[in-house]
Design a protein around this ligand. Structure first.
Ligand code: M6P
Ligand code: ZN
Length: 189
């Protein structure tokens, strides 16, 4: 970059599916074998092929993790599927820096953003192409695919938010998203 220069940006987004290209992008995949203990029905979990893909994440990290004022940007694809009657979903997390917020938005497919506050009240927001979700601070968040096709959503979060997976691993959310009478339903645990 130089004074008065006009250059191409280092990154692009494929607007059909929000696939990210360019520099500083990490990719991760979560398969059934990586998600032990996440789903309620262990018998159904054990019947699925361990290599079954559940979700994948691309994240653009233009600054180091923890940089005050920095932003990260990601695209997540959750595959269609269920473990028993529970929909395929992300692990879910809250932020280590608990007041940090985040945007999610729907790109393709249908799903539900599951949110839980510190009082362990859990509720959902429908995700669809064009839906916009502002995730307030102090909320645990996770996304389930409730449709027959891939669910793609975008996300942007502060570089100093951090991921807290331990609380969810220990206590879980207070409700699970299950198919009940053919409909996605939050069921108290
Ligand atoms: C979104 C963002 C990421 C997150 C990803 C998967 O892209 O919130 O920070 O890592 O979803 O969610 P999780 O980390 O809970 O598996
Ligand atoms: Zn987050």
């Amino acid at each position: 970059m130089g004074h008065l220069s006009v250059v191409s940006p280092p990154n692009t987004i494929e607007l059909k599916n929000w696939h990210l290209d360019g520099r500083d992008i990490t990719e991760s995949e979560k398969r059934i074998k990586h998600l032990h203990g996440l789903f309620k029905d262990e018998e159904s979990y054990n019947k699925l092929h361990p290599e079954t893909l559940v979700y994948s994440v691309q994240a653009h990290h233009p600054v180091p993790e923890g940089t005050p004022g920095g932003l990260f940007f990601g695209t997540t694809i959750v595959q269609p599927g269920r473990v028993g009657t529970e929909y395929f979903m992300t692990r879910g997390h809250s932020h280590l820096n608990e007041e940090r917020t985040e945007y999610y938005w729907g790109v393709q497919g249908e799903g539900i953003l599951i949110l839980m506050n510190k009082q362990r009240e859990t509720w959902g927001e429908n995700i669809f192409p064009g839906s916009l979700h502002f995730i307030r601070g102090f909320l645990a968040h996770r996304v389930a695919n409730t449709g027959p096709t891939q669910l793609i959503f975008g996300a942007s979060w502060p570089a100093d938010a951090g991921h807290n997976y331990d609380d969810i691993a220990r206590e879980g959310f207070s409700a699970r998203l299950m198919e009940v009478s053919g409909k996605p339903t939050l069921v108290s645990i």
